[in-house]
Design a protein around this ligand. Structure first.
Ligand code: ADP
Ligand code: ADP
Ligand code: MG
Length: 472
């Protein structure tokens, strides 16, 4: 087993890995940018080393991070998610330095990281894919011709896309022409690669993904599915495991295909195979994420498997401790991504100082956060500041428990998605448990909630101060 692991990430993601290290008796080394000097991951790791002054470029500085790992005598690096987690060049640089990369091989990252490469590999392996182009489009003329051939609606997608960006639906030739330039530019800015491809748009789909784990001894299992259909602009907000939409039969069929997809590229470590499921319950491969996923916590909740600990054991060359038939799931889990954003102002990010923080507890509640009272959320990073994961024996109970936990959760000073989630969790459409990816667009009234009223807070604070002064 490893002696010391460097975590090339920040925020709740880095803290999650530090927690796994602590439980496995492995030393953790955090890295950070100057604006993150007071971040929680810096305090919680056994050792923390400054990468550099730049808030974002620091976490993308391959050379410097590998150098720090060598100097600190780390025998492995965990990339987390986001940042360098799907960068084959980084994985290769880690290996070249004689350090273990806690993740798949650079070959698997390269092959599955590009959506077009992944489609080619999956078609060859006989995995059902969303109908679409195999290679990148050569220009707008080819795009229009392809769309006409395929039939509208279609999706223009960036080959290198991620995080919901670089995806546009087109319903006509004119929209293909307009979106072609917009999507190319967006992809160039976000991913440094403007290549686009086209897929048939699956109407009213469910996003259902399978968690897989594969060791270096040829064993591969899946840990069932997560329903990530509740999204905004193709980005996940609330995730559920297991899905209320698929039957046991479909679950087992999709799980087998997910394992086959991973095996086709010789995949080792944790990964996620994402599918869209249409109204006829037909399913199509969409992409594979070759890393730990934000929403892995709901899978941990229903299966009892510590996915990060498994990632570390697999990287250390150990065999998976279970076979597919040993795995089962129990109850229902829901994850809410608590973002420092104002849903009523177009989800505009709201970095700033947290003045009060109280996280929920009690049965079935897990909080993975990186903020506390007095902490200032920096403006440079992803706006997710905590994840609330609920577990209960069944769906109805999970909804009730979510309502209870969201009510307990108190974050003041900055606007967050909490009041929005309270409103969603109490809505009949959510309780019904059936969603497609248009859920938020189809129910705009979900945005019509009463935001937290600052005056109530001031009145409460004054009352407390008066009581304290009076010695009550
Ligand atoms: P998940 O399915 O794990 O939630 P996401 O696509 O939401 O995956 O990405 C996880 C994290 O990584 C998010 O913080 C997201 O902003 C970031 N991320 C994902 N892909 C990219 C990318 N290509 N470039 C920059 N950040 C990304
Ligand atoms: P990312 O790498 O950004 O996660 P994905 O390819 O996984 O991109 O797509 C993200 C989301 O975009 C999906 O969950 C779905 O809501 C929507 N989407 C992507 N492709 C299609 C499609 N062909 N038809 C309908 N929706 C799609
Ligand atoms: Mg995706």
């Amino acid at each position: 087993m490893f002696k010391r692991i460097l975590i090339a990430n920040r925020g709740e993601c880095a803290i999650r890995v530090i927690r796994a290290c602590n439980e496995l008796g492995i030393e953790s080394v955090a890295v950070y940018s100057e604006p993150d000097s007071h971040a929680l991951h810096v305090k919680k790791a056994d050792k923390a080393i400054l990468i550099g002054p730049d808030p974002v470029k620091s976490y993308l500085n391959i050379h410097r991070i590998v150098d720090i790992a060598l100097k600190a005598k780390c025998d492995a690096i965990h990339p987390g998610y986001g940042f360098l987690s799907e960068n084959a060049e980084f994985a290769q640089a880690v290996l070249d330095a004689g350090i273990t990369y806690i993740g798949p091989s650079p070959y698997a990252i390269e092959n599955m990281g590009s959506k077009t490469n992944a489609r080619t590999a999956m078609l060859a392996a006989g995995v059902p894919c969303i109908p679409g182009t195999e290679a990148s489009l050569t220009g707008v003329e080819e795009a229009v011709a392809t769309a006409q051939n395929m039939g509208y609606p279609v999706m223009l997608k960036a080959s290198a896309g991620g995080g919901g960006r670089g995806i546009r639906r087109c319903d006509s030739d004119a929209e293909v022409v307009e979106n072609y330039t917009l999507t190319t530019n967006e992809a160039l800015t976000a991913f440094g690669n403007g290549d686009l491809f086209m897929e048939k748009c699956i109407v009213e789909p469910r996003h259902i993904e399978f968690q897989i784990l594969a060791d270096s001894h040829g064993n591969c299992v899946h840990l069932f599915e997560r329903d990530c259909s509740i999204q905004r602009r193709n980005q996940k907000l609330i995730e559920i495991a297991p899905s209320n939409y698929i039957s046991d039969e479909l679950r087992s069929k999709m799980g087998d295909v997910a394992v086959k997809a991973a095996q086709a590229v010789g995949y080792v470590n944790a990964g996620t195979v994402e599918f869209l499921v249409d109204k006829n319950h037909d399913f199509f491969f969409m992409e594979m994420n070759t890393r730990l996923q934000v929403e892995h916590t709901i899978t941990e909740a229903i299966t009892g498997v510590d996915i990060v600990a498994q990632q570390i054991s697999i990287a250390a060359g150990e065999k998976l401790p279970f076979k597919q038939e040993d795995l089962s799931f129990k109850g229902h889990a829901i994850e809410f991504r608590i973002n420092a954003e104002d849903p009523q102002n177009n989800f505009y990010p709201t970095p700033g100082r947290i003045t009060r923080y109280f996280s929920p507890g009690g049965p079935g509640i897990r909080v993975d956060g990186c903020v506390s009272a007095g902490y200032s959320i920096p403006p440079h990073y992803d706006s997710m500041c905590a994840k609330l994961t609920i577990w209960a024996p069944d769906w109805e109970h999970a909804v009730m428990r979510s309502q209870r936990a969201l009510k307990e959760y108190d974050i003041r000073g900055v606007k967050t998605t909490l009041p929005f989630y309270r409103h969603i969790a109490a809505s009949e459409v959510f309780m019904g448990g059936q969603f497609d990816t248009g859920f938020l667009e189809n129910y705009p009234e979900l945005l019509d909630y009463k935001p937290y009223d600052a005056r109530e807070n001031i009145a409460a604070a004054v009352a407390v101060a008066i009581a304290a002064h009076a010695g009550l």
